[in-house]
Design a protein around this ligand. Sequence first.
Ligand SMILES: Nc1ncnc2c1ncn2[C@@H]1O[C@H](COP(=O)(O)OP(=O)(O)OP(=O)(O)O)[C@@H](O)[C@H]1O
Length: 769
Amino acid sequence: MRDVTNEMKLEMARIERIKSEISHKETQLLQGAGGVQEDILHLRKNFWEDVTVNTDEPDDLIETHASIKQQAEMLAERERSHGQATKQIKTLSKLKNSPYFGRIDFVEDSEEQVEDIYIGIASLMDRDDQEFLIYDWRAPISSLYYDYSPGYAEYETPTETIHGEMVLKRQYVIKEGKLKNMFDTGITIGDQMLQEVLSNQANQQMKSIVATIQKEQNEIIRNERSKTLIVQGVAGSGKTSAALQRIAYLLYRHRNSLQSSNIMLFSPNLMFNSYVATVLPELGEDNMQQDTFQKYMERKISRRIDVESPFEQMEYVLTEHQHSHYKQRIQNIDLKSSIAFKDIIDQFIENLSNAGLVFRHIKFRGELLLSAEEIEHHFYSLDRAISIPNRMELVAAWLKKKLRQFEKEQVTKDWVLEEVELSDKETYLRAYRKLQNEQRFEKDTFDDFEQEQALLARELVKKKFKPLYKQVQAMRFVNEFSVYRRLNQVLESIEGYKEVGELTQEYLNKGVLLYEDMTPYLYLQDRLKGKSIDPLIKHLFIDEAQDYNAFQMAYLQYLFPHAKMTLLGDFNQAVYAHSRHKTNLLEEFHEEDQARIELTQSYRSTRQIVEFTRSLIPNGEAIKPFNRSGLLPVVTEIDEKNSIYEHLKGKIMKLKKANHETIAIICKTEKECKEVMDLLGTDLKIKHITPKTQDFERGILVLPIYLAKGIEFDAVLIYNGSNKNYGSSFDRYLLYTACTRAMHELYVFSIGRKSKWIEAVPADSYIEE
Ligand SMILES: Nc1ncnc2c1ncn2[C@@H]1O[C@H](COP(=O)(O)OP(=O)(O)OP(=O)(O)O)[C@@H](O)[C@H]1O
């Protein structure tokens, strides 16, 4: 039996020793950093003094260039090492606050000695760099902590598998450098510690979970074998958390070849970006690139079009049932989300290889330089065996040559002479000097003025032509917008798609690209002009992957053929129209080398909330709640809309008194959000969250379900969980997604009869008020 008090004393003493080691390292680093900083200041201040500048002869020029380059490189190197030192100092200060969270004592087979391994957010060596005082949680040996309980254990190093016995597993809560608590754990990683962490109030920002990562989450974090990793995890199972720790893990494991700029995370909305922004910095890593799929893709569209957002699409689907084109719109969403449509585009492109592409005229000052027909003619005169994008490149080269000819011709035009004549004295003086430098002047010639004029004319025309070259380079001469319209014309002739083709054209004619058309449009654009890939991205993470349709997934594969992908989602939270028939996550997505991991344990909500929410969906019994107890959810049926005000207000006041920091009133649509704001907005300080909201703040929030995705709140109030509002099989998943946002308390208000999906929940899983 271990003597707990004595163990505690020993651990406290060790913490003090480690802190003094950290202080020592800090001092050393600060001294070093001070020196580097001085170097940087000196280099910046004396940059030009230390450079030999001589531009007399071409050789001197080359030497000057080399000298500047050398000086700049020296400065960059010093700045880099200063950056690294600053980062290390920051990490040390974090370690000083909480040096480690876990310890395992491990004896390797064939060895006698027990090694005690302390695990923290970063490694720390002793002064002589001989012994690890703290192991980074991402080191190979640290995986023992996450994967095993005391007893037999093994872990993989890059070269072999190490077997042995774990004789102790201990967890610590260390805050401000003081040991607050410590547990020796038996089975999984301390339920006790997890209990503590999960009982905390929701934060404005997600926290790192390194101290309590669970075995199945560790598998996601450390998977390096598969090119594509698909994680199907129930609501609150830690998908986003695992994704972020995985990013930190990859950055550590491949620190020589992978930077944060090589990793991209597609998140569900702008607010989510701020919600997860602090996790990686907390772990001493820089944030990955982060964007929403919509924003990332919109930037690729070369023409200015009004692109509908996924939220607008969602609002339409939820509220415009009476609209005359509603049925066609749903058909459009179904078709444009499918691989069948990608096949249609592929076929269409094959035909375009022979005829049918649309080009734009090239005009200069209103005058036609090259007509669309001439460009088309040239394009189709090229060898048809060459791919369309390669032919476009050839056309661009041909156009640039043509432009150079036109440019020459323009120099003697009247408009040029007129503009040149209007130039001021200084402009002429500059031309004079330039000509002198070029040594064109014979002394005392009589045509100085003509030469200056000719030079200015050339310069003027060049400047005016510059945008044209740029446009040719960007292949603006291809009219992909019209080609996409043509594609939809073609649809009209395919059985069953006539109305879909018409509907899309109607929107295109108004300059609107529907959300479901955005990805097909980009795919077509890429197939014509060549793909605009982001070569920097080596790892792509997609959160809420159930919201992506088959076409979008195929496009991402096409766009990032070499990137590794981690896709995280939950088919029970599929709330977009295109994903409503799913029974599995990304069922039609196949990559040769892919792994699937399932997470079935939910950590976010209390056992009572999970038991309620899992009864809302089919096969929900497979979802395992974490054993954290709380209040039963409450469902309140209200007769009249008017009295909902009193109910909501009363509940919010109580929740505030209970010190809940984030209280969310979740609505189905934006219209409902406005209703809530009208009812309560002035009375209580309520924040209305819209798609434009960038920061997730604490307080009382009103938001539609689609913006609550991925986020959690201490308490959730469902504005109107009536059967009228949530009666369809599609609404079922919306309701589930909304209710699963609650960590500690859940209230459903229903104006009139409650949803039939709630009626199906066992009566003892909630209280009816
Ligand atoms: N191993 C863990 N240790 C501590 N907390 C955890 C752990 N796993 C998950 N959590 C907590 O559970 C909550 C839900 O996690 P997360 O948001 O990552 O889940 P998710 O699967 O992405 O959820 P959803 O799909 O519902 O948006 C978070 O508060 C997270 O900190």
